[in-house]
Design a protein around this ligand. Structure first.
Ligand code: FAD
Length: 398
């Protein structure tokens, strides 16, 4: 465990500069490389990597506190911070071989944000219905399929690609495959293509890419196959959910601070608008929502044992609440600014576009509700039931 207050302070120190440039990345739809460098220099990128591999061994709650500080000023940079510490990286550090960890850690510590590649055109919420296959041929696998909505596709150097594994024609379940792509260094696996980028309403500097795999050869020692298969890989995703919820909460906390200052400053009818009870009650609800979201996220983050992942249900509940609350809080903050809020004179229209994503990516609000309800009822969900045996059988026969 690291000194989380120090980590939080390091993140907070970057915020003014990040806030200053946030509109630029949005307008130009460009990746914030200078912010990545600043986060590398501050030791924030890859801080969750264990010390043995060059990181700081920061806990989930350490990371969460840092992410909130960055998200208050730049949503894009907060996403990079999450994905350079959670998600694919967490899975690799928890389940990877020694060689895999030694290989991936320095790439991340130098500024990479590994991409996690699960979603496909025909398999969104129903991820186990994925059609991407990894067929074993000697000491390699051949990857075939299409992934879309891959955050950082084309920019990231490491990709954890989820695929259904077939060995001797047998379905062996879903595993992960570590793909290295660094065209500037001449590393561009044959058959791997970044074929398109979605035009998104928010988070505009981050490519959300479609990736195509055509007989991409991956050495068997780059396969990530934890004992619990797909279930274990998705356990790593619980951290990512806490991270995503924290970004949403951090954006909302930033909007709340911004609105609080404006209420005291802006005058109408000869007095600060802060004196109007209609706005005070909105402010009170915003304050309460952000605080409650933070508590749920911290509870989920603290449930992660050292080197492990947060509780599945706590993570789902926290992301659900934080993402929905954040949309409401940012929307209300924008309302408080009147016409200014609707324009790019203020950061709120960007924050609103950014924060809208968090009830969709990384588990939709509906799917998370299904999960929370199922935990309470003690029943299976479509996600935990294997309802895809027939599809898997079809894939096996090619
Ligand atoms: P669908 O699954 O088709 O859902 C459509 C609608 O049906 C939704 O409202 C959904 O809530 C609802 N629905 C579906 N199933 C149920 C159910 N059982 N009960 C009730 N309602 C249901 N994926 C990656 O693998 N890697 C990434 O890096 C990544 N980044 C993303 C970044 C962004 C900006 C976005 C928007 C998405 C990203 N995704 C990524 C994909 C994301 O995880 C999926 O969008 C999400 O899982 C939902 O899948 P879908 O969009 O296909 O919607």
């Amino acid at each position: 465990m690291s000194d989380d207050t120090a980590i939080e302070a390091r993140a907070r120190a970057l915020a003014p500069d990040f806030a200053h440039r946030a509109a630029h990345w949005d307008r130009e739809r460009s990746y914030p490389w200078p912010n990545v460098e600043a986060m590398v220099d501050a030791g924030l990128i890859g801080m969750a990597i264990p010390r043995a591999y060059g990181g700081e061994g920061a806990s989930c709650i350490d990371v969460v506190k840092a992410v909130e500080q960055i998200a208050r000023s730049c949503t894009l940079s907060a996403r990079i911070l999450v994905e350079s510490n959670m998600g694919a990286l967490g899975a690799i550090m928890a389940y990877g071989t020694e060689e895999q960890k030694q290989f991936c850690a320095p790439i991340v510590l130098a500024g990479d944000k590994p991409a996690i590649c699960i979603t496909e055109p025909e398999a969104g919420s129903a991820a186990t219905g994925m059609a991407t296959t990894a067929r074993r041929v000697g000491d390699r696998y051949l990857l075939n399929g299409t992934k879309h909505w891959i955050t950082g596709g084309g920019v990231s150097k490491l990709y954890l690609v989820f695929a259904r594994i077939f060995e001797n024609g047998q379905d062996c379940g879903i595993g992960g495959f570590i793909l290295h792509y660094d065209p500037e260094a001449g590393i561009s696996p044959a058959g791997f293509e970044v074929v398109g980028r979605a035009h998104t309403m928010g988070l505009c500097g981050m490519p959300e890419a479609e990736l195509r795999f055509t007989d991409v050869e991956i050495s068997a020692d780059r396969a990530l196959r934890p004992p619990g298969g797909f279930g274990d890989l998705m356990r790593a995703y619980n951290t990512q959910r806490v991270g995503a919820g924290t970004i949403a909460m951090g954006v909302a906390a930033g909007a709340l601070d911004h609105a609080t200052r404006y209420l005291l400053d802006r005058e109408q009818f000869g007095r600060p608008i802060a004196e109007f009870q209609g706005l005070q009650w909105m402010l009170a609800d915003m304050d309460t929502g952000v605080h409650a979201a933070r508590l749920l996220l911290h509870e989920a983050a603290r449930s992660a044992p050292e080197g492990g992942f947060p509780d599945r249900n706590l993570a789902a509940r926290a992301k659900l609440f934080a993402s929905e609350t954040a949309i409401k809080v940012v929307n209300d903050a924008l309302q408080m600014f009147g016409a200014r809020g609707y324009s790019d004179m203020e950061p709120l229209e960007r924050m609103y576009r950014d924060v809208r994503m968090f009830t969709i990516g990384g588990g939709t609000a509906q799917v998370l509700r299904t999960q929370v309800a199922a935990a309470r009822l003690g029943i299976d969900t479509p996600q935990t039931r294997d309802g895809y045996a027939r599809k898997a059988a079809r894939l096996a026969t090619g």
